[in-house]
Design a protein around this ligand. Structure first.
Ligand code: ZN
Length: 595
């Protein structure tokens, strides 16, 4: 039997997997490319090979297989990635022992059990009021199931008793945020009682906590909304409500709508708008933005036409711009508070509004102008003072220029004057260390010498085409032009090619990869993947005959530079021997040189 890792590898298609996150475009015969999600770039250097089920970015040098992609993309460790992909393709993965992830795993399972428990109670007699409330809001049975809404009844410890019987300990119940110690006596009471339960799922759809909403008319002791406390699996500042259900829609719509409340998200689904998440009533955190950046670079905020909306827009813009997001705005009508409110009144109106977002600057300008008199110099100055800092933050020069012109026209001021004003504040701010930190630049790939460049290219193409061109591996003269890892890879490739003719159905690439896996040589595996994709990129448009021609040319070039290098060494030795007066050595070296 295969071990789960290999079984998953066999079942998963990396192109399909990565395609869930990135728009892949064909490149060469069996390759794909996209803009890299791990560094900021304008033209694609992120390559995927469907033949070899690998990926590599030539911009930031990240690369690997399906596991490393998911680890990097979802911020998982290896056991988590194994579980995640296992679930995806139906391969059972045994939990790894006594690590932190095992403890977490128990809490995930406990939360999931609680979700199902609350759903059961919702459908029972005790859930009558909750059902009435949900129906009153126009939430269909289908929608309720999608969000797994439930109900916590009025008893003190129903959930606690239920999960204790299922083998969970009191400390696990407390740790999952579902119960708390009784103030008097021993034992636990449920944290949530008599509330509509809205489960919080992480981006993979795993339940991690709850928001409990008081039902109208119930004894309103405690807040209207009550959230799970921070737990090992629930971090408020990291979670975005609805993201697990929004991923596909975000990709299709090319952006994500940020709402404030969880009920906005549920209502929006009702209107067919699914590219929406909620930040749980707080301003977006950096963690949440990093999470979103995996799926889109366009954030769409919903703003009211009031002062609070304007302030929220300013805050959101500053944070989002720092992470290179494109920020857009949906401007809510005068008489509605939020998407939830609008959907209650008119679902179609929300569906339309969601499609027509505007650049956030447009909203800022509109709001800043409201109530101002453009014929008064004081007002004009106030407007410029308000808006210029935001225009200054725009990194794209063309876009910046556009907004300078717009504001210039409005104020009847030359855009050049506004530009000067921006330059002046920039100079002033130069010494200010509080500026938003620049996004990390990708590492520049190390410069190779000419021979190294040829050898690595050759090595890649020979490994990819070992069935037909493997013979060249033995003929290469690469004495000193290769060092370190490249040298090791070359030796291994040559040895495996020569020694393992008995497994002709396995490609040299996969033999090497398995060999490096078996010997825990992640560094060599990464290099293998990189060189293999590099060769793909260079040769994939050529016919087999053309590839062989190129290989011959490269070998000749290499031989040429190799002999040049040898000549130089001999020439130096001759000079040294002459200085020492060692004529015999000089003669010997000269004949070596003429060879
Ligand atoms: Zn990259």
């Amino acid at each position: 039997m295969l071990d789960p890792k290999d079984e998953i590898k066999q079942k998963i298609d990396i192109v399909e997997l990565i395609g869930e996150y990135l728009p892949l475009k064909p490149s060469g015969t069996h390759g794909f490319k996209a803009n890299c999600p791990f560094h900021s770039e304008k033209s694609p250097s992120f390559h995927v090979s469907s033949d070899r089920q690998i990926w590599h970015c030539f911009g930031c040098s990240e690369g690997g297989d399906c596991f490393s992609f998911v680890m990097k993309m979802e911020g998982m460790d290896f056991p988590e990635a194994l579980l995640h992909l296992g679930e995806k393709v139906g391969v059972e993965v045994k939990r790894l022992s006594t690590t932190g992830s095992n403890v977490k795993q128990r809490l995930y399972e406990l939360s999931d059990l609680a979700v199902r428990f609350y759903e059961k109670v919702f459908s029972s007699e005790a859930g009558l009021d909750a059902r009435k409330y949900v129906e009153g809001r126009g939430i269909s049975a289908d929608l309720r199931q999608r969000f797994k809404l439930g109900y916590a009844n009025t008893q003190w410890d129903t959930l606690t008793q239920f999960v204790l019987k299922r083998g969970y300990s009191e400390s696990e119940i407390v740790s999952a945020g579902l119960g708390q110690k009784k103030k008097v006596g021993s034992g636990l009471i449920d944290r949530f009682r008599d509330r509509l339960m809205i489960p919080l799922h992480d981006q993979h759809g795993k339940a991690v906590g709850f928001t409990g909403r008081v039902l109208p008319g119930a004894d309103e002791n405690g807040p209207k909304y009550m959230n799970s406390p921070e737990t090992p699996i629930y971090h408020k500042g990291h979670l975005l409500f609805g993201l697990d259900l929004a991923k596909r829609a975000i990709k299709e719509a090319g952006g994500v709508i940020i709402a404030e409340g969880n009920l906005d998200v549920i209502a929006s689904h009702k209107a067919g708008v699914e590219n929406i998440v909620a930040s749980s009533g707080t301003a977006l955190t950096e963690d949440q933005l990093t999470l979103l950046a995996r799926y889109t670079k366009t954030l769409i905020f919903c703003f009211d036409r009031d002062a609070a909306g304007l302030n929220a827009a300013k805050r959101g813009m500053t944070i989002a711009r720092a992470q290179n997001f494109d920020v857009r705005a949906i401007i809510m009508g005068e008489d509605v508070k939020d998407p939830d409110d609008l959907v209650q009144k008119n679902p179609e109106a929300w569906a339309q509004l969601a499609k027509h977002s505007v650049p956030v600057m447009e909203y800022l300008i509109e709001r800043t102008l409201a109530g101002k008199n453009l014929t008064k110099v004081d007002d004009k100055r106030a407007i410029a003072k308000e808006l210029l800092p935001f225009i200054q933050e725009i990194k794209d020069v063309v876009e910046q220029e556009h907004w300078l012109q717009v504001v210039g026209n409005l104020l009847a001021v030359e855009p050049a004057t506004l530009r000067t004003s921006i330059r002046q504040t920039e100079t002033k701010n130069k010494s200010n260390t509080n500026r938003v930190q620049e996004v990390k630049k990708p590492a520049v790939p190390a410069k190779h010498t000419k021979e190294e460049g040829i050898v690595t290219l050759l090595l890649g193409v020979l490994i990819n085409n070992a069935q037909t061109l493997g013979g060249y591996l033995q003929e290469l003269s690469i004495d000193a032009s290769l060092q370190g890892l490249e040298r090791e890879l070359y030796n291994q490739a040559r040895d495996l090619y020569t020694g393992a003719q008995n497994t002709p159905d396995q490609t040299l690439f996969s033999r090497l990869r398995d060999h490096f896996d078996a010997h825990d040589r992640e560094d060599l595996k990464q290099l293998l993947i990189k060189l293999s994709l590099l060769a793909d990129r260079t040769f994939s448009q050529l016919s087999p005959a053309q590839v062989e021609d190129q290989v011959k040319t490269l070998c000749a070039l290499l031989g040429h530079s190799e002999s040049q290098r040898k000549r130089k060494i001999i020439a130096t030795k001759i000079r040294q021997a002459e200085q020492l007066g060692d004529q015999e050595a000089v003669q010997k070296l000269l004949s070596e040189l003429s060879q």
